[in-house]
Design a protein around this ligand. Structure first.
Ligand SMILES: Nc1ncnc2c1ncn2[C@@H]1O[C@H](COP(=O)(O)OP(=O)(O)OP(=O)(O)O)[C@@H](O)[C@H]1O
Length: 257
């Protein structure tokens, strides 16, 4: 279970540009729940993901994972138990390394080995098998530099790398936003398959309302650092994209932006 408890977050504190994004922000995500997060630009979605991953720190409050307070834990330590896929397919993989090398590093990220110790012949077949299940021909590209793959292939690889070791959470930060519609659909279906198979606790930020409703067990809408809509299970299933859009517009008008 993931808990964000009584979080305050200020940007540029003490300066003329000081901005309080979160004040007493609370969120609890039970194990194996797939949470979709939607909301206006600047509502705090990425900041919330950054707080979970330790990329930024809170000014008050706690981040608790399975009862353990990890608020003070550094990002690189949290990274071992959190898989994150970014909007930019270039992030999350290393372009100058081969598919094999990238997978080997991801495979052993918990151990923190250097590259030479990571690449083990004995694991090559396992990697090939994982890749062949994707149906994108990546299994024949183990020796190809990742920088020469298409955006879609690279994003699929990033997803696989983020989820190939046991993790506490999967964090998806608009991970289909930079892909063409067909490729986005492939990546989203694959995401769903991996999340369901491995029963992963997942937080997905997306501007695609259909994906948010179709794939999430729960939908959150954020606005100006607050959760303004939180629906789960049957209540979520009763919503459709037009209704979400209506709520979105109403809140924007009420809040004056
Ligand atoms: N490093 C930073 N320094 C100062 N302000 C920041 C910083 N990061 C984010 N902000 C501000 O915090 C607010 C929330 O930003 P955030 O990126 O979390 O929103 P978002 O909901 O992810 O937006 P988008 O949908 O556009 O990606 C914005 O007003 C943004 O300008």
């Amino acid at each position: 279970m993931l808990e964000l408890s009584h979080i305050d977050k200020y940007y540029n504190p003490g300066s003329v540009n000081e901005m309080c994004l979160f004040q007493d922000f609370n969120l609890t995500i039970p194990d194996s729940q797939f949470v979709s997060v939607v909301g206006s630009n600047g509502s705090g979605k990425t900041s919330m993901l950054n707080l979970i991953c330790g990329s930024i720190s809170a000014d008050a409050g706690k981040v608790i994972v399975n009862g353990t307070d990890i608020t003070g834990q550094k990002e690189y330590m949290r990274h071992r138990k959190i898989g994150r896929v970014y909007q930019n397919p270039s992030a999350g993989t290393c372009p100058n390394m081969t598919v094999l090398e990238n997978m080997a590093v991801a495979d052993l990220k918990e151990k923190g080995y250097g590259l030479n110790r990571c690449v083990r012949k004995s694991r090559e077949n396992a990697y090939r098998e994982m890749l062949s299940g994707l149906g994108l021909g990546l299994e024949d590209k183990l020796e190809t530099k990742v920088g020469s793959l298409s955006g879609g292939q690279r994003q699929v690889l990033a997803l696989l790398m983020a989820t190939m070791t046991p993790i506490d959470f999967l964090i998806l930060d608009e991970h289909t936003a930079a892909l063409d519609p067909r490729t986005a659909e492939i990546v989203m279906k694959l995401t769903d398959q991996i999340v369901r198979e491995k029963k992963m606790t997942t937080v997905m930020v997306t501007h695609n309302l259909r994906y948010a409703l179709e794939y999430g067990d729960r939908i959150l809408m954020m606005h100006q650092g607050k959760i303004v809509l939180d629906k789960v299970g049957e209540e979520k299933n009763r919503l459709n994209t037009d209704e979400i859009m209506g709520i979105f517009n109403r809140i924007s008008v009420e809040c004056g932006n």
